[in-house]
Design a protein around this ligand. Structure first.
Ligand code: PEP
Ligand code: MN
Length: 356
């Protein structure tokens, strides 16, 4: 059940609702929206008398939530959740583009890519320092050295950084460097890890598991939300089907379906969704047309030499060309592509000096 407070309800009124629910052993999750505060009540609701809450000062109404994913459900939240990452708003009217290499391979590779994607209009830098690889003999990522490179790229370009965290033990370490924590497809149902990132106060991008149903993705988001972290975004990155023509089947339906079912921002990852560079452009354009709140794209200065996912990585100039197309598509559906906030344009170093 959620208790929707009236616009302008006082802190005392909100606290009274929380205390009354907690007095009967129900846990409370207040969500402070722009207009309303809503308080989600989770637990044994048999002891809750809705009419008592409806009559309390400052309460507008109460709503029963049927879905098992209580906090992720669209009914639990007034409007959409927006997530502010250093001034870049994810889930608002602008579509955010995150771009960068699959793996951090070297300082030069990351800096060159970061400057190029920034100049083309990306507002968040991606790059993996801990890589979940099918083979234990494949490149596993640079670890903390890679995180340091990402942090340097952020300092130079002002682009916030999204990077994957794979284990509970490394959550604190990755938090020191990242602006958004990525939970990879293989870890969607790693409940220990979901608990751990639920305890931190940093945005989390949760990727759909390779065989994950949409409902399961929402239940996994619920693990993070119910641990107190309200800054969760959901990512469609392709699923395994009987089709072998592409690496994965990019489930574009998931974009509007998730937006109907949940208030959380929806990110599309056509790079992993297709696995093929020539398909990334068409499916990125389609994802923006379908209403995705953000895209995450793999871009590499020399994809043929990439340590991972070269076949699906865009060349720098291809990415710039695609950005131009995405601006047109976003405009056609009443949105625009987010631009870098003034306050985050970097430390003023010019690119040539920074790369020297
Ligand atoms: C990645 O983003 O490089 C990645 C490994 O993604 P996924 O977990 O979707 O395979
Ligand atoms: Mn990848």
């Amino acid at each position: 059940m959620v208790v929707v407070m009236k616009p302008g309800a006082s802190a005392v009124e909100t606290t009274a609702v929380i205390e009354r629910a907690e007095a009967v052993g129900v846990s409370t999750h207040p969500i402070y929206g722009k207009e309303h505060t809503v308080i989600a009540l989770i637990g044994d609701l048999t002891k809750i008398d809705r009419s008592v809450f409806n009559a309390m000062a400052g309460v507008q109404n109460t709503v029963r939530i049927q879905e098992p994913y209580k906090l992720a459900a669209s009914t639990s939240h007034p409007g959409k959740t927006t997530i502010d990452v250093g001034g870049v708003i994810i889930g608002g009217s602008e579509v955010v583009v995150m771009a960068g290499p699959c793996s951090v391979e070297s300082r030069e590779q990351v800096l060159e890519t970061a400057w190029a994607v920034k100049e083309a209009g990306a507002t968040i830098l991606r790059g993996g320092a801990f890589k979940p690889r099918t083979s234990p003999y494949s490149f596993q990522g640079m670890g903390e050295a890679g995180l340091k490179i990402l942090a340097e790229a952020r300092e130079q370009t002002g682009l916030p950084v999204i990077t994957e965290v794979m284990t509970v033990e490394t959550v604190d370490l990755v938090c020191e460097y990242a602006d958004i924590l990525q939970i990879g497809a293989r870890n969607m149902q790693n409940y220990g890890l979901l608990h751990a990132v639920g305890k931190v106060r940093k945005p989390v991008m949760l990727k759909r598991g390779i065989s994950g149903e949409i409902k399961e993705l929402l239940m996994c988001a619920e693990y993070i939300l119910s641990n107190g972290n309200t800054q969760v975004m959901l990512c469609e990155r392709g699923i395994r089907t009987y089709e072998t023509a592409t690496r994965n089947t990019f489930d574009l339906n998931a974009v509007p379906v998730l937006q109907k079912m949940s208030h959380l921002p929806v990110v599309a990852d056509p790079s992993h969704g297709t696995g093929a560079r020539d398909l990334v452009g068409p499916m990125s354009r389609a994802a923006v047309a379908a209403g995705a709140d953000a895209l995450i794209l793999e871009v590499h200065p020399d994809p043929d030499k990439a340590e991972s996912d070269g076949a699906q990585s865009l060349h720098l100039d291809q990415f710039a060309e695609l950005m131009g197309q995405l601006r047109l598509i976003a405009g056609a559906v009443g949105r625009s592509i987010a631009t870098q906030p003034e306050a985050a344009v970097g430390n003023g170093r010019v690119k040539e000096a920074a790369l020297a």
